[in-house]
Design a protein around this ligand. Structure first.
Ligand code: GLC
Length: 553
């Protein structure tokens, strides 16, 4: 059945093993600790986990510099612990996605070590070399201000090598058939150990033509089809969720005309304009971004998100819009990063105001796609701006008010636990919020339930209703004779709207999913709704016979 496509109606929770839960008191999170917390995640209602890199790595880019694709960093446990973890997930109906970082390796990877030391090494051609410094060596840096070049001279090799990211991350020559075969082997390995797919790192760079004389690299999209085909053969329900911050006009090339390339991509244009909407109350650019990313094959899906483990990249907003977001959420220089973004977590950006946090998550969960949240989001964790670059938003999970937030019994956690101040573990922790029915944690659990019970959002067609007042966004989703309507008021003041749901008599009755309040239309088929400041309302349209109609699925 088509509704078997689990990723169309899932809630994905991203976490790093290293900072989630330490079981053996060495200060570093591990798989055993994570396994012990699976009931917590199941209780929250997430049905997929995305694990950030956990393979052997010198850890100079938080694991995005892999030195052995077939083993886990011993600090996190053993492959046995990993399989225990994937099994534990399976028992609870949770799927596991893992990061697949194959655009580059660590410079410590034996392939690179062999390639640089011997021109005749079988691995020489797994990387990109140049005798002379290429003319464009000082262009295309991903981390401006920190990264100096994209070609660096290697003494041992006597040549320059290409690195799109930091200099300790040499790019793999992904056009080399041996490299491609190895990528499939890596995917096959982890699939065999129980994972259900991959968050593919840096997809546009993985598939780009690379080399010293490439001026305008073309993407080799066929590669994506090869990856997908392989996965489908090995495990039918496994997927690729691509990290591709691209222009909307290129989306279809990544999904494939017939949906034969990657199944999912993060929706970066909507992410950026969503922050602009939160900053300004102006929803128009977001509606435009939704429109631009509307078209996709039936089986494809967008990942919707607010903050991730990287900086909030605002590079695709106009200058004025970007400045508005900086002014609202990251006015100080040390809150910004790489000349294009903000490195803070969401809760401090919104001043820890639960009402605004609820608005932001409700909005993100109700956009056309699959919501992806980050560990700690569910309790409103903060950041530590004393930590360098993106590390500020990667601090350990805050479980309780015990020392180190209950993350570890060691007094030397891998990264400092946020302590003191409004976001310190003393106030912001799972144990405390679990006891309070009105906490963000319990609210998030209800939101997740609500989202999972509204498959129209993941599957259906949507209509942005018009006209509504500025700052108000009303979206109706229709799927299999069912509809939901979700209304947000992004402004800090209350507003009254008169809304035609736009689906005839069926739209005369609205049942509030969260509050079990209903609204009946007036004689002209319009609903008078009073929205509080920063209000969010989720309605089922037509109400009563909903359950009956659901059985037609
Ligand atoms: C992706 C990751 C980022 C990492 C980079 C290099 O953009 O999200 O964290 O630094 O790739 O692998």
């Amino acid at each position: 059945m088509i509704s078997d496509l689990w990723y169309k109606n899932a809630v994905i929770y991203c976490l790093s093993v290293e900072t989630f839960m330490d079981s053996n008191g060495d200060g570093v999170g591990d798989f055993e600790g994570l396994s012990r917390r699976l009931d917590y995640l199941a209780g929250l209602g997430v049905n997929a986990i995305w694990l950030m890199p956990f393979q052997v790595s010198p850890g100079k880019d938080d694991g995005y510099d892999v030195a052995d694709y077939y083993n886990i960093d011993p600090r996190y446990g053993t492959l046995g612990d990993f399989v225990d973890f994937t099994h534990g997930c399976k028992q609870r109906g949770i799927r596991v996605l893992i990061d697949l970082v194959v655009n580059h390796t660590s410079d410590q990877h034996p392939w690179f070590q062999s390639a640089r030391s011997d021109p005749n090494s079988p691995y020489r051609d797994w990387y990109l070399w140049s005798k002379k410094k290429p003319a464009n060596a000082d262009e295309g840096m991903i981390f401006p201000g920190v990264q100096e070049s994209t070609w660096t001279y290697d003494e041992k090799a006597g040549q320059y090598y290409f690195h799109r990211f930091y200099e300790f991350q040499p790019d793999l020559n992904t056009a080399n058939p041996h490299v491609q075969a190895e990528i499939l082997k890596i995917m096959g390995f982890w699939i065999q150990l129980g994972v259900c797919g991959f968050r593919m790192d840096a997809v546009p760079f993985v598939i780009a033509e690379k080399g010293a004389d490439i001026k305008k690299p073309k993407e080799q999209f066929e590669m994506l089809r090869t990856f997908r085909e392989f996965l489908q053969w090995r495990k039918g329900d496994s997927i690729i969720l691509g990290e591709a911050n691209i222009l909307p006009k290129d989306n279809i090339k990544y999904f494939g005309d017939d949906g034969d390339r990657i199944q999912m991509m993060f929706n970066f244009p909507v992410n950026q304009s969503l922050f602009y909407a939160l900053a300004s109350g102006d929803t128009e650019p977001m509606v435009a971004a939704l429109e631009q990313t509307r078209e996709k094959p039936h089986t494809a899906q967008f990942g919707m998100f607010l903050r991730n483990h990287d900086e909030l990249d605002l590079g695709r907003l106009s200058e004025d819009q970007r400045q508005a977001v900086f002014a609202a959420f990251g006015p100080e220089k040390h809150m910004q990063l790489y000349d294009r973004g903000i490195r803070r977590r969401l809760a401090p950006m919104l001043g820890g105001d639960q009402r605004r946090l609820e608005l932001a998550y409700s909005l993100m969960f109700s956009l056309p796609g699959t919501p992806v949240i980050r560990y700690g989001d569910e309790i409103g964790m903060g950041d530590d701006l004393d930590l360098p670059e993106r590390n500020c938003a990667r601090t350990p999970m805050q479980w309780s008010d015990e020392p180190q937030g209950g993350f570890t019994t060691s007094d030397k956690p891998v990264l400092p636990v946020i302590s003191k101040g409004p976001f310190g573990f003393e106030h912001i922790n799972v144990a405390e919020q679990r006891r309070d029915p009105e906490s963000l944690l319990n609210w998030m659990e209800r939101l997740i339930r609500m989202r999972k019970e509204a498959p129209e959002i993941g599957w259906g067609d949507y209509t942005v209703l018009d006209p509504v007042k500025p700052g108000v966004l009303a979206i109706r989703y229709d799927w299999r004779n069912n509809s939901v309507l979700i209304v947000h008021n992004l402004k800090p003041e209350p507003v009254e709207i008169h809304l035609d749901v736009g689906c005839g008599e069926h739209g005369n009755l609205l049942i509030d999913i969260a509050d079990s309040e209903s609204s009946e239309a007036d004689g002209k088929g319009r609903h008078r709704l009073l929205l509080e400041a920063h209000a969010y309302r989720w309605f089922r349209v037509g109400g009563l016979d909903y359950l009956l109609r659901r059985t037609e699925l």
